[in-house]
Design a protein around this ligand. Structure first.
Ligand code: S3P
Length: 453
C-alpha cells in the first residue's frame, strides 16, 4: 500500500511524438460507489470495468470487513453479495482505507446509522486530512466520533442505534460529504435532505436511483435540494464503470504539450459535474475534438482526439467551475506552464486538503522547474513560458499524492531537461497502468532518479 512501502523515484524526459489510443481505467469515484452500494443492496451486484487501483481495493476489503461478499472474477469484473441497508456487521479489526479520502468518508457515512463501532485509519497522507467535515453531519444522525486532534484519523465512529433523519446544507462543495450524508440517510427513517449551493459530482445520486432508492433533486435559489427517503430496499444492479475523466486528463494534457502528438482518448465522461478541465483546455486554445458522443455506464461520454497545441493561452478559470475539475488543477497548472500568459486559478483552497496540499506541491515543484508562480490561500497563478519553454531539470516532491506525481511526470515529457519525482508509488491508488500506458504512447518515463539533477 502506498505510504507504507519504499519510495519509488521516477524520471521522465523529452518524449514523443505521442501516438495511439489511451484507454484509461475505470472511474475511481464510481468504482468506490459500485462496491459500497452493492454491499447495501440485497443480493448480487455485478460490476465490470472496476478500477483495480489501491484506493478501490481498500474499499473492497472494507466492505468484506462489514460483512459483504466481494469477489473478483476477472480483470475489472467483480461481484458483491450485499447485506442490505442496515445489514452491516461490526468489523473485527481496524478499517485501513490507505490513501483514500473518498473511501473512508463514504464508509463512515454508510456505518454511521447502524448500531456498531468501527475504527478507521489510513496512510500518512490520509491521517493528515480533516474528517470533521463528515463527522459533524453524521453526529446530527446520532453517531459519535472520537479521533485525534483536528478530527484526524485514527478515528472511532459509534453508529447511531436510533438514527434520526437530517436536513443538512453543505458548508463546503464536497461530493464526499454529500455522499456520506446520503449514505447515512439510507438507514435513517424518514426524509434526509442535503442542500448543495454549488453542484458537485452526482454519481451517488445517479447510483442511488439506479439501485432503486427514492430520491429527488430540486433546483432552488438555495442550490440543489436532494431529498432521500430512508430505509429503502436497494435492488442489486449490473454496473458498467465508465473510464475515469480524471485519469484521462494525464494523456490528454501530455499530448497537448508534447510536440507532434496526435492521440485518441476514448470514452471520456462529459458529465457536467466532471468535465471542467476539458472546457478550460478548450478555452485555452487546446486542439481537442469531441467525437462520437454517446452514453456508457449511465454517463454521457465522448472520444477525444487530442493534438499537440503550440498556441495555448493562459486564462482566468471561473471559480464556480472548481467542483467540476477539482482533481485536475495539478495537471492544468502543468499545461498552463506550456501556454503563453498567466493562468489564474481562484477559489481553489479545497486543494489544500487533498492527498497533499496541492497548491503548495505544484507551486514548489513548478518553481523548481523554472516556472514563475504566485499563490495565496485560495489562489494559484502560473506564468506560462509557451510551448517547449519549461526548463525542468528538477526533482519534485509528491507528498504521497498520485496526481502530483503524474503531473510532474507529464511535465518532464515536454520540458527541456528531465524531471524526476521523489516517489511515484502513490500512482497505483488511481492509475496503476500509468507508466505502461504513457510509454506505449511514446513517453520516456523510467524508474529511478535522474543522475544529474
Ligand atoms: C470525490 C470527490 C472529490 C474528489 C475526490 C473524489 C468523490 O473530493 O476530490 O477525488 O468520489 O466523491 P471532495 O468531495 O472532498 O471535493
Amino acid at each position: 500500500m502506498s505510504g507504507h512501502g519504499d519510495a519509488q523515484p521516477m524520471t521522465s524526459a523529452k518524449s514523443g511524438p505521442l501516438k495511439g489510443t489511451a484507454a484509461v481505467p475505470g472511474d475511481k469515484s464510481i468504482s468506490h460507489r459500485a462496491l459500497i452500494f452493492g454491499a447495501m443492496a440485497v443480493g448480487e451486484t455485478r460490476i465490470t470495468g472496476l478500477l483495480e487501483g489501491q484506493d478501490v481495493l481498500d474499499t473492497a476489503r472494507a466492505m468484506r470487513a462489514f460483512g459483504a461478499e466481494v469477489t473478483q472474477h476477472g480483470p475489472g469484473a467483480w461481484s458483491v453479495h450485499g447485506v442490505g441497508v442496515g445489514g452491516f456487521s461490526e468489523p473485527a479489526d481496524v478499517i485501513d482505507c490507505g490513501n483514500s479520502g473518498t473511501g473512508v468518508r463514504l464508509i463512515m457515512g454508510t456505518m454511521a446509522t447502524t448500531a456498531m463501532t468501527a475504527t478507521f485509519t489510513g496512510d500518512a497522507s490520509l491521517r493528515k486530512r480533516p474528517m470533521g467535515r463528515v463527522t459533524d453531519p453524521l453526529s446530527l444522525f446520532g453517531a459519535e466520533a472520537y479521533g485525534r486532534k483536528g478530527g484526524r484519523l485514527p478515528m472511532t465512529v459509534v453508529g447511531a442505534a436510533n438514527p434520526v433523519p437530517v436536513r443538512y446544507a453543505l458548508p463546503v462543495a464536497s461530493a464526499q460529504v454529500k455522499s456520506a450524508v446520503l449514505l447515512a440517510g439510507l438507514n435513517a427513517p424518514g426524509e434526509t435532505v442535503v442542500i448543495e449551493r454549488e453542484p458537485t459530482r452526482d454519481h451517488s445520486e445517479r447510483m442511488l436511483l439506479g439501485f432503486g432508492a427514492e430520491l429527488s433533486v430540486e433546483k432552488t435559489s438555495e442550490g440543489h435540494v436532494i431529498t432521500l427517503q430512508g430505509r429503502p430496499e436497494l435492488r442489486p444492479q449490473t454496473v458498467a464503470v465508465p473510464r475515469d475523466p480524471s485519469s484521462a486528463a494525464f494523456p490528454t494534457c501530455a499530448a497537448l504539450i508534447v510536440e507532434g502528438s496526435d492521440i485518441l482518448v476514448p470514452g471520456v465522461s462529459q458529465n457536467l459535474t466532471r468535465n471542467g478541465l476539458y472546457l478550460t483546455l478548450s478555452e485555452m486554445g487546446a486542439e481537442i475534438e469531441f467525437q462520437n458522443p454517446r452514453t456508457e455506464g449511465g454517463e454521457p461520454v465522448a472520444d477525444l482526439r487530442v493534438r499537440f497545441s503550440d498556441n495555448m493561452k493562459g486564462i482566468e478559470v471561473p471559480p464556480e467551475r472548481a467542483p467540476s475539475m477539482i482533481d485536475e488543477y495539478p495537471i492544468l497548472s502543468v499545461v498552463a506552464a506550456f501556454a503563453s500568459g498567466r493562468t489564474v486559478m481562484r477559489g481553489v483552497k479545497e486543494l489544500r486538503v487533498k492527498e497533499s496540499d496541492r497548491i503548495d506541491a505544484m507551486a514548489r515543484g513548478l518553481e523548481a522547474c523554472g516556472v514563475r508562480i504566485e499563490e495565496d490561500e485560495d489562489t494559484l497563478i502560473v506564468h506560462g513560458l509557451g510551448a517547449g519553454g519549461m526548463p525542468g531539470g528538477a526533482t519534485c516532491a509528491t507528498h504521497l499524492d498520485h496526481r502530483i506525481a503524474m503531473s510532474f511526470l507529464v511535465a518532464g515529457m515536454a520540458s527541456k531537461a528531465p524531471i524526476s519525482v521523489d516517489d511515484a508509488s502513490p500512482i497505483v491508488t488511481s492509475f496503476p497502468i500509468f507508466e505502461g500506458l504513457m510509454n506505449g504512447l511514446g513517453a520516456s518515463i523510467r524508474r529511478g532518479a535522474a543522475q544529474n539533477l
